[in-house]
Design a binder for this molecule. Sequence first.
Ligand code: NAP
Length: 253
Amino acid sequence: MAGNYYIITGASRGLGESLTRRLLQEDHVVYGLSRTENREVAAFARSGGFKYRYRPVDLAFPEEASKVLHEILSDIPSAEAGTISLINNAATVSPLTDLSSCSDEDIVRNININFTSPVVLQSTFLRMTSDSVKKRMVVNITSASAQFPAGGMSLYCSAKAGLDMLTKCAALEQVGENPVKIIAVDPGMMDTSMQSTAREANIGLSDYFKAQKLEGKLKGTDAVAKEIISLLGRYLLEYRGDGEHIQKSNRID
Ligand SMILES: NC(=O)c1ccc[n+]([C@@H]2O[C@H](COP(=O)([O-])OP(=O)(O)OC[C@H]3O[C@@H](n4cnc5c(N)ncnc54)[C@H](OP(=O)(O)O)[C@@H]3O)[C@@H](O)[C@H]2O)c1
């Protein structure tokens, strides 16, 4: 039977780890990208006999990230692949400070991780799989921050807004015979290290983030991963490859 291949950035913790574990359990092949390897995920995959491939990458360097994706896509045996999906999940909220206090280096790093690398990866994915007859999907993990301006979060909010617009524009281009599903998914607020960084910062929204945690309003990543995978399954099932395209942003509530 043809297998489903998923390439997930930020697979080492948070939402990316939950997506990875769940997709592995469903017997899909997962390529996980991050700077650090999560050894527990590797052990989980080994003990379950799951098909997990870890690739180290620092998304602060988009051209290197593109090379890694190139290698992965060359590695996927096309005769065995039923679907191939890229999930641009990795992100950073740092630096959390006024724009005037951000160093040039911090700015370039944030925008490379949150915007440039996801764009480059998406472009590489579309180009390298363009001759494929497989069902293909790109999922950009976005945020409410793309819509709501927040002081101290200029870079993160702007990068996510850019990713939202890129999703819409790139989806409009998918009008050929074998279009790629391109969607953006906002997972909502989750109890992850990213949230903890935002809570501990000294920005306008820090108190709001603390209150959300205290009031138990942060979602668990496993539940969110389950919803996202079910959403993707529906899209892959409905896929007709007849010029249909999607340009909406999906919010997981
Ligand atoms: N948490 C929330 O409340 C929330 C709300 C809305 C949207 N989101 C979005 O949901 C997604 C997942 O967030 P999360 O909360 O799960 O984040 P997280 O717990 O902070 O995990 C971030 C992941 O990204 C990877 N990453 C960070 N910098 C990287 C770099 N330079 N190169 C490669 N990988 C890098 C990390 O791996 P390494 O450190 O090992 O590299 C890690 O696996 C993000 O797109 C985020 O914007 C989150």
